[in-house]
Design a protein around this ligand. Structure first.
Ligand SMILES: NC(=O)c1ccc[n+]([C@@H]2O[C@H](COP(=O)([O-])OP(=O)(O)OC[C@H]3O[C@@H](n4cnc5c(N)ncnc54)[C@H](OP(=O)(O)O)[C@@H]3O)[C@@H](O)[C@H]2O)c1
Length: 243
């Protein structure tokens, strides 16, 4: 199956990490579908991708974190693209520094878990049946190293939310060891920025997108966690180990 025959659903594809992945997949000739709750983010994404690839980008408004709504969005998606061969799940948010736990409310914690874990779970439950039984298909989770440590004072709920996503991915690997679909996780243990918003050690979302798109394209690994701690890791951890 050539790239042009493959349809990649990028969940969170309008975000910082997701948009780099969407652009790279389109540049490699894939057809790409993105679902977002915010039409203006989808418009920005359409303006961001290479002009010659725009016709291969399908954008749909919707919330993939709600069980009722995700089924409607899924039907709309299938009507527009016919099939999905690959899923990249990059749901969540870029940063959270609401303060130490004693200053926070249950509502704050609920929002964090809803955005990082519930959306990842609900979307996986809805979309993984489209790909799970086919060894030519892939499902790739993007997670954050914040789940393993407190990044700095005031970021505690980010750690709680990110840790819940890490645990969910681990559960999937261990519950479904024989899954035909290539299920992988790219765990990013550093910041990710757009070229105009970079800091030392950060990954450029375009470079990260290129590495993730190559992982999807090659389909060599499964049940693997690729941990990326610095820009050089994109080459050594994802690309060279996955030739
Ligand atoms: N940015 C970093 O520095 C960094 C570093 C390490 C790891 N990561 C990980 O990368 C992932 C993405 O982060 P990001 O920086 O790209 O965040 P982002 O820019 O906020 O993008 C996240 C995307 O998730 C989508 N989303 C969340 N809940 C949704 C729902 N219920 N339905 C539909 N879409 C939903 C948002 O869509 P809407 O358009 O609908 O808002 C948004 O486009 C996260 O898991 C994060 O932990 C990020």
């Amino acid at each position: 199956m050539s790239n042009s025959d493959r349809v990649v659903l990028v969940l969170g594809g309008a975000g910082t990490v997701g948009s780099g992945i969407v652009k790279a997949l389109l540049d490699k000739g894939f057809k790409v579908a993105v679902i977002s709750r915010d039409n203006s983010r989808l418009e920005r994404l359409r303006a961001f991708v290479s002009p010659s690839t725009k016709d291969n980008l399908v954008t749909i408004m919707g919330n993939v974190g709600l069980e009722d709504e995700v089924e409607q969005v899924k039907q709309q998606l299938l009507k527009q693209v016919g099939k999905v061969t690959d899923v990249v799940s990059s749901l969540g948010f870029s940063w959270w520094q609401g303060g130490p736990p004693h200053t926070q409310t249950l509502k704050d914690l609920h929002w964090v878990i809803e955005t990082l874990l519930f959306s990842t779970f609900v979307a996986w439950k809805a979309f993984s049946p489209l790909v799970r039984d086919d060894s030519n298909c892939t499902y790739t989770f993007i997670t954050g190293g914040a789940g393993e440590k407190l990044l700095m004072p005031g970021t505690g709920f980010l750690t709680v939310g990110a840790a819940s996503s890490l645990a969910f991915c681990q559960v999937l690997r261990e519950e479904y060891p024989e899954l035909p679909c290539k299920m992988n996780q790219v765990n990013i243990d550093t910041g990710v920025g757009t070229p105009d918003r970079m800091a030392p050690g950060y990954l450029n979302h375009l470079d990260l997108g290129e590495a993730v798109a190559t992982l999807v394209e090659r389909r060599n690994a499964s049940h693997t966690v690729f941990t990326v701690r610095c820009p050089a890791d994109l080459k050594t951890v994802i690309l060279e180990k996955n030739l």
